[in-house]
Design a protein around this ligand. Structure first.
Ligand code: P6P
Length: 281
């Protein structure tokens, strides 16, 4: 494996973005199958997953492919592991709202904690197709056109002032300590919640604030997946001088023992994540 491997993964994801975006338009029908997390798939999920598996495993330094859509890791030799959410927020496609693709590059076989991440990135299919990459402590935002990246923001740092908030789950399902925190935050920040984590996290990375999909009364492990969502997004936000937390500690420190393990996700400006941790009993 070379230092180039992470960049090669980013190049493959950028090159695939136009095809994945096109599939969001053309392949919106629901599949009969559910993914391993019990979520209904749309044809674009399956298409993007197969496309990314094929192309990422052709990279010399990549030996293992894991995806939210697959029930096991696919290996074809030695190398780093990539963990992918091919279409994050595919349920948003029906209502013509943003969706994204998320990738994490791990220097260990999966499942592995976020401390094994060498790089992470997401593509946001919004009015423009943009890509945010984090590698070696630097976060870069690019516009993706015809599969090529043009940098629009280098050395992205999460703003320290004000910002927006977005909290997933239903209010009656929030534990009392999280609800009390939410009541404080809603007095201070503007609500921005779209139902697609990448769109919501990109707002927080742009304006500051906090995104959370917290532990729920009905699901203490919450909803988002550690390998494909929590770790890559935590890595990106921490690389942008923000913080991530599962409620107690950095998401990147959470031990991983299952490839579809879920984790409560709280990411954003350090002040708000610190306050979140202090608010949870
Ligand atoms: P809810 C999309 O399905 C997703 O995995 C994340 O992108 C998003 O943050 C969350 O689930 C939305 O969940 O319960 O608001 O529909």
């Amino acid at each position: 494996m070379s230092d180039r491997t992470v960049e090669e993964v980013f190049e493959v994801i950028a090159a695939a973005a136009p095809e994945i975006r096109a599939a969001l338009v053309e392949r919106v029908g629901f599949e009969s199958e559910e993914n391993p997390s019990g979520e209904q798939q749309i044809a674009a999920d399956v298409h993007a997953d197969r496309l990314l598996e094929e192309r990422l495993l052709t990279i010399d330094g990549v030996g293992h492919y894991a995806s939210e859509e697959r029930d096991h890791v696919i290996s074809d030799g030695e190398g780093y592991s990539v963990a992918v959410d091919p279409v994050d927020g595919s349920s948003n496609v029906e209502s013509n709202n943003a969706a994204g693709t998320i990738v994490g590059v791990y220097d260990a076989e999966l499942p592995a904690s976020g401390e094994h991440l060498l790089g992470a990135a997401y593509v946001l299919y919004g009015p423009r197709t943009t890509m945010v990459t984090a590698h070696e402590g630097t976060v870069t935002e690019s516009v993706v056109e015809n599969g090529d990246r043009t940098t629009v923001r280098d050395d992205v740092r999460i703003p320290e002032d004000d910002g927006v908030y977005g909290f997933g789950g239903r209010v009656p399902d929030w534990p009392a300590d999280f609800e009390a925190f939410a009541r404080e935050i809603e007095q201070e920040l503007k609500l921005r919640y779209s139902g697609a984590m990448i769109g919501d996290v990109n707002q927080v990375l742009t304006y500051g604030g906090i995104f959370a999909y917290p532990a729920l009364r009905s699901a203490p492990e919450s909803k988002l997946r550690l390998l494909y969502e929590g770790n890559p997004i935590g890595y990106i936000v921490e690389s942008a001088n923000g913080r991530s937390s599962d409620g107690d500690r950095s998401i990147l420190s959470v031990p991983a023992d299952d490839i579809h393990q879920r984790v409560p996700v709280h990411v954003g400006t350090t002040e708000y994540v610190d306050r979140l941790e202090a608010a949870l009993d």
